[in-house]
Structure formats: structure tokens, C-alpha cells
Design a protein around this ligand. Structure first.
Ligand code: HEM
Length: 443
């Protein structure tokens, strides 16, 4: 038997989920407990949401489950049919195996100088004494990181063109309304906004294929630090490399999965820190002492309280019996990430911002799931946290910031993310000069 569902219509459930996701989930938790179903408009079956770590473990450790509905329809037009985000089964595992080395510790350390250069230049451009929103600034940083560290594009006209085009493309995918218009216009013959969007995507493709072709001609791929060079040299188990089309799809995937998410996680971290002065002071002290334990704990706590991606579900390929739940194969199930992160039985004072809770022990695999889990867990999780450490260290050691608006940020939906509605406005009250070369942030 499926768990209970809210009594109101699918339209009302979809609207509540879209515009007040946390209040909606909290209300369902209070009414129905650890598991409930939500009916989204346009989907045949309800999405069962779970939040008990025992049930989440059972879901994520079963490798046979498939993708949730919707992911393929929404993402494939942008990331392409070979993207690791949308392929399944053996093909998916083979791609993950090939891509993982690009995210290993040793490799990641080689990305640090460029990441540091990007954030150092960004900090220099911030206006002193004026209000500005930090979220768009973080988007600029993480876009630059993807273009230069992941794609390996050098300074020049191609980089500039990609910067402009990708910003436009990503902006168009951001709001739920644009997505709906896109889906509708595709259905009515690909005219209007969708046609314009597609022509921009084709222009991006041209630039990406030009970059891939240029990389192919190089004889110094082994020495190069970017991820495209690593992916180009990697081989599947049968000895074959990735084709150009495959490479293009993975590049778009890394962009789509890694840019907005990391920028949003950073913006939330600033929002939380600037509203919690004792924690901010402790973080600054620890950074000055050259430590990074408190920095790591702060990032874990920020991703706990403000998980950027709310759902990371599966379609069951086998029955799931756990925790009093008995769900047949074919059911769509997802952890409700924010609910899992705010359980009082796992996290005392669950709504308080307390990085200390992660100082003694790191996060629990199935009670802390901002990056999902199992065989589809975020491939870029270590890269995202590494980038966040570099950005936070540089900004907090060089800048005195205060929130321009003391109230906590409200949550709004951007694309698949839960994002700070006002973009986290801040004022830079002082900027210290860069003192030295980057101190290495352990990967
Ligand atoms: C704070 C930043 C990030 C968050 C919160 C985040 C979150 C997630 C989540 C929830 C998933 C789905 C996992 C699942 O279904 O179990 C995912 C998948 C993925 N992410 Fe991330 N992500 C972040 C940054 C990145 C970065 C920087 C990259 C790469 C540069 C990246 C690449 C991917 C890829 C390739 C997948 C698909 C994995 C698969 O289906 O096998 N992500 N991410």
C-alpha cells in the first residue's frame, strides 16, 4: 500500500511544491510522518517522499533502480542523450568509471591555482561600500571555473563568446515558467522561445566541438590540467575512448550539474554566516590559524540546512520493503532531502546553524544527502566542496562583508535548485590586499 497523500488536487500540490517547498514538506511531515506521496501535475503516479535514513539507505544501496520520471524529458534536450545524468544500467556505470578519475584528490589539487586565480580576480571587481547581490557573483565564479577548469578553454574570443551564450542559455532554463513555455512550444512545432533557445544551444555546440577538435590536436594532453584533457585520454573497458559527441554531452552535463548548484550553495553559506556572527568569527580565526576543519564543518552544515537540490529520486525496479513501507516495483521514490536533514532525532536543534555538530564526526552517509547517494551520487561532490573551500577562504580572509538586509533570505526555485530569492545582497565594507600565494586547500 502506498503511503498517504495530501488531500488537495495535483495542481494545488504542484503549486505548493513550486512556490513554498519547505513549508509544504514540513506540513506533510507533521501530518503524515516519515513517508508520504505527492501528486505532481502531468505525472501519472505519485512521488513517494521518504526521510528516514534507514529507508534512504535501502533505496540508495539497491543498484537496480532506475531514473525518476521527468529527468530525461527535461534534461536531454540540453545535455544530450549520452549524458551520464540520463543514461542507465551498464552504460551509466561505464561512464561513471571513466569519469571518476577527473575528480580524484590528486587531480583536484592541480585545479587549485586556476580556481584561486578566478576568485581572486572576482574579489578585486567588487564595489566598496555599495550594495550588491552575491549570488550572481558566485554564478560568475562557478561558470568561469567550469569553462576554464573543466572545459579547459583558454582566454580569448571563444571563452568570451561561451561566457555570454552560456549565461543566456542557463538563464532561460532557470525559471519554472520558461521551462513550461519551452515544453509547450516544443509540442507546437518548435516555434517561438524554444526555437530561439535551440539556436543558442547549437551555437554553444559549435564552440564546444571547436574546443574538442583543438584539444584532439594537442600533444601535451597529459600535462594539461583541465578535465576535458583527462576525459579525452580515458578509455572504456573495451579500450575505446569517448567520441566527440559523448564528450560534448558530458561537458554540458558538468556545466548544468555543477555551475548553478555550487554557486547557490556558496550564496546560502554567505547568507548563513553573515547572520551568525559568532560562527563567522570562529571560522575567520580558524582560517587565520591555517586550519580547515571548521571550514569543512561550515560547508557541511550549510548544505544540511539549505540543501540546494531538494530531491534525488529513483523509479523502483524491485520492490522496496523497509521501515514499515512496502512499495512495489514501478513506484517513484525520492528522499525529501531537507526533511532528512532536519530530523530532530538525528540533528538536535535541527533548525539552528551549528557547524560544530560536524566537527567531531563527519556527516552520516544516509542522513546527510545533499549530493544524493548510491550509484548515482553526485560525481562532482568532492570538486564542489573543494571549490567552495577555496572561494570561502579567499573571500573571508580578504573581505569584510555585511548583509545589506538583516532578514534571512527567502527561498525561490531556480531550475532544479532552491535558491536565495534576493540573491543575498551584501555590502563590502573593507578589502584587504592579497597577501600571498594560495595556501593549499587539501583536496
Ligand atoms: C554544491 C554543489 C552540488 C550539489 C548540491 C549537487 C547535487 C547533486 C545531486 C543531488 C545529484 C543527484 C544524485 C542522485 O541522484 O543520487 C547530482 C548529480 C550529479 N552531479 Fe552534482 N551537485 C553539485 C555540484 C556538482 C559539480 C561541481 C559537478 C561537476 C562539475 C556535478 C556533477 C554531477 C553529475 C555528473 C551528476 C550525475 C551523476 C549520475 O547520475 O551518475 N555536481 N548532483
Amino acid at each position: 500500500m502506498l503511503p498517504p497523500e495530501p488531500k488537495y488536487s495535483p495542481l494545488s500540490q504542484t503549486l505548493r511544491w513550486s512556490f513554498r517547498p519547505l513549508a509544504f514538506m514540513d506540513e506533510c511531515r507533521r501530518r503524515y510522518g516519515d513517508a508520504f506521496g505527492v501528486k505532481f501535475m502531468g505525472f501519472e503516479r505519485p512521488m513517494v517522499m521518504i526521510s528516514d535514513p534507514v529507508a534512504i539507505k535501502a533505496l540508495y544501496t539497491e543498484r537496480a533502480h532506475g531514473l525518476p520520471p521527468g529527468r530525461e524529458i527535461v534534461l536531454t534536450p540540453i545535455v544530450g542523450p549520452r549524458s551520464v545524468l540520463v543514461i542507465e544500467g551498464g552504460d551509466h556505470l561505464a561512464h561513471r568509471k571513466l569519469m571518476l578519475p577527473a575528480f580524484h584528490g590528486e587531480r583536484m589539487r592541480s585545479y587549485e591555482p586556476l580556481l584561486h586565480e578566478i576568485i581572486a580576480a572576482e574579489v578585486e571587481s567588487w564595489p566598496l561600500g555599495e550594495r550588491f547581490a552575491i549570488h550572481p557573483r558566485m554564478q560568475a565564479v562557478t561558470l568561469e571555473a567550469i569553462l576554464r577548469v573543466v572545459f579547459g578553454v583558454a582566454e580569448g574570443p571563444r571563452l568570451e563568446r561561451l561566457r555570454v551564450l552560456l549565461t543566456e542559455v542557463l538563464e532561460e532554463t532557470a525559471s519554472p515558467l520558461t521551462q513550461l513555455i519551452g515544453l509547450a512550444s516544443r509540442r507546437f512545432g518548435g516555434q517561438g522561445p524554444w526555437a530561439r533557445f535551440e539556436s543558442k544551444l547549437r551555437a554553444v555546440d559549435e564552440l564546444l566541438y571547436a574546443e574538442i577538435a583543438e584539444h584532439r590536436k594537442r600533444d601535451d594532453l597529459e600535462q594539461r590540467g583541465d578535465m576535458l584533457s583527462v576525459l579525452m585520454q580515458a578509455r572504456f573497458e573495451d579500450g575505446e575512448p569517448m567520441s566527440d559527441e559523448d564528450l560534448r554531452d558530458q561537458l554540458m552535463t558538468l556545466l548544468l550539474a555543477g555551475h548553478e548548484t555550487t554557486a547557490t550553495a556558496l550564496a546560502w553559506t554567505f547568507d548563513l554566516l553573515l547572520r551568525h556572527q559568532p560562527e563567522l568569527a570562529r571560522l575567520r580565526e580558524s582560517l587565520e590559524a591555517g586550519e580547515d576543519d571548521y571550514l569543512r564543518a561550515t560547508i557541511s552544515e550549510s548544505l544540511r540546512l539549505r540543501p540546494v537540490v531538494p530531491l534525488a529520486g529513483r523509479r523502483l525496479n524491485a520492490d522496496l520493503e523497509v521501515d514499515g513501507l512496502s512499495l512495489p516495483a514501478g513506484t517513484d521514490v525520492t528522499p525529501a532531502i531537507w526533511l532528512a536533514h532536519t530530523r530532530a532525532d538525528v540533528y538536535p536543534e535541527p533548525f539552528a546553524f551549528r557547524p560544530e555538530r560536524f566537527l567531531e564526526e563527519g556527516p552520516d552517509t544516509y542522513a546527510w544527502i545533499p549530493f544524493g547517494g548510491g550509484i548515482r551520487r553526485c560525481l562532482g561532490a568532492a570538486f564542489a566542496e573543494f571549490e567552495m573551500r577555496i572561494v570561502l577562504r579567499e573571500v573571508l580572509t580578504r573581505c569584510e562583508l555585511r548583509k545589506a538586509d538583516p532578514r534571512p533570505e527567502r527561498i525561490s526555485r531556480r531550475n532544479i535548485t532552491l535558491s536565495p530569492k534576493a540573491g543575498t545582497p551584501v555590502v563590502l565594507t573593507a578589502r584587504h590586499p592579497a597577501t600571498s600565494e594560495p595556501s593549499l586547500v587539501a583536496a
